[in-house]
Design a protein around this ligand. Structure first.
Ligand code: PEP
Ligand code: MN
Length: 271
C-alpha cells in the first residue's frame, strides 16, 4: 500500500479535526481567515472580531514568515504568536501559524491550536517528523512544485510519528503562467479526497496572488468538495506588510461568506 496511514479505506473513516466547537473535515465547510502576517494588536484583534462574527472558526496569522527575500518583513516572531493567541481567545476562535524550524516546534505548539507547515517546507522531513511527535493538528501546505504523491508522502512522515491530525492544503503550484502568482489546482481537491481520509482545504490567496480571484476561487473550492478555505484578510489590505496584492478587506470577506452560504445551502454542506 502506497499510503498506509493517509490512504482512504472507507468513507466513514474520514479524519475529523476537533477544535473547540468547530470541526474541520466533518463534511462541513470551515472558514479560516486572517492576515498574512500579524502586525499589531490593533490589526489582529480587529480582524479576529470581524471574521469571528462572519462564520470563521480559525484565525490565521504569520509570526515567523518564510519570505523569498531576506529584506522583506520577516514577521513579529514570538510577540506575533502572543498577539494571535490572545485575539483568537478573545473572540473564541482557534488559531493557526507557521512553524519554520524544528527548534521552534515546541514553542509554537504552546501558542497555537494548529501548526502550519509552509509550502517551502513540505519536504523538510526532519521538521515533518518533529511536528508528528506533538499532539496538535498540523496544516500541511502543498509545495509549489509538489505532486499529489509527494504531498501525501509528506503527510505520511507526520502520521508515522503518531500524529493523526493532519489537514492538507492546496495553495497553488508553479506553472508557466505569470498573470497569477501560482496556478490554483482545484482538481487536487476531488483527487486527494479520493486518495486520502485527511481533510483537504484550499488557500485561494497564495493560490492566485490576486485579490479579485479570492471570491470565485473560494466558491469553486466549496463546489469542488473542499473541507474549507483559508483566506488572507486585512482591515486595510493596501497597507498590509506582506502579500497585499492577494489580501482582501473585511467588507470583501463578508460578501464572500454571504455568497458561500447560499451555495453551501444549495449543495447541502453545513457552513
Ligand atoms: C502562508 O500561508 O502564510 C504562507 C506563507 O503560505 P505558503 O507556505 O503556501 O506560501
Ligand atoms: Mn501570505
Amino acid at each position: 500500500m502506497k499510503y498506509p496511514l493517509a490512504g482512504l479505506e472507507s468513507n466513514d473513516k474520514r479524519t475529523k479535526i476537533k477544535l473547540g466547537n468547530a470541526t474541520i473535515g466533518g463534511g462541513n465547510f470551515s472558514l479560516i481567515a486572517g492576515p498574512c502576517s500579524v502586525e499589531s494588536w490593533q490589526q489582529i484583534s480587529t480582524i479576529a472580531k470581524a471574521v469571528s462574527q462572519n462564520s470563521a472558526v480559525v484565525l490565521r496569522g504569520g509570526a515567523f514568515k518564510p519570505r523569498t527575500s531576506p529584506y522583506s518583513f520577516q514577521g513579529l516572531g514570538v510577540e506575533g504568536l502572543r498577539l494571535l493567541k490572545e485575539s483568537a481567545k478573545m473572540y473564541k476562535l482557534a488559531c493557526v501559524s507557521e512553524v519554520m524550524s524544528e527548534e521552534d516546534v515546541a514553542m509554537v505548539a504552546e501558542q497555537v491550536d494548529i501548526l502550519q507547515i509552509g509550502a517551502r517546507n513540505m519536504q523538510n522531513f526532519s521538521l515533518l517528523k518533529r511536528v508528528g511527535q506533538i499532539k496538535k493538528p498540523v496544516l500541511l501546505k502543498r509545495g509549489f512544485c509538489a505532486t499529489y504523491d509527494e504531498l501525501l508522502s509528506a503527510a505520511e512522515y507526520i502520521l508515522g510519528e503518531g500524529n493523526s491530525q493532519v489537514i492538507l492544503c492546496e495553495r497553488g503550484i508553479r506553472t508557466f503562467e505569470t498573470t497569477t502568482r501560482n496556478t490554483l489546482d482545484l482538481a487536487a481537491v476531488p483527487i486527494l479526497k479520493k486518495l486520502t481520509h485527511l481533510p483537504v482545504i484550499v488557500d485561494p490567496s497564495h493560490g492566485t496572488g490576486v485579490r479579485e480571484l479570492i471570491a470565485p476561487m473560494s466558491k469553486a473550492a466549496l463546489v469542488a468538495g473542499a473541507d474549507g478555505v483559508m483566506i488572507e484578510v486585512h482591515p486595510d489590505p493596501d497597507s498590509a506588510q506582506s502579500d497585499r496584492e492577494q489580501t482582501i478587506s473585511i467588507e470583501q470577506f463578508i460578501d464572500i461568506v454571504a455568497d458561500l452560504k447560499k451555495i453551501a445551502e444549495a449543495i447541502e454542506v453545513p457552513l
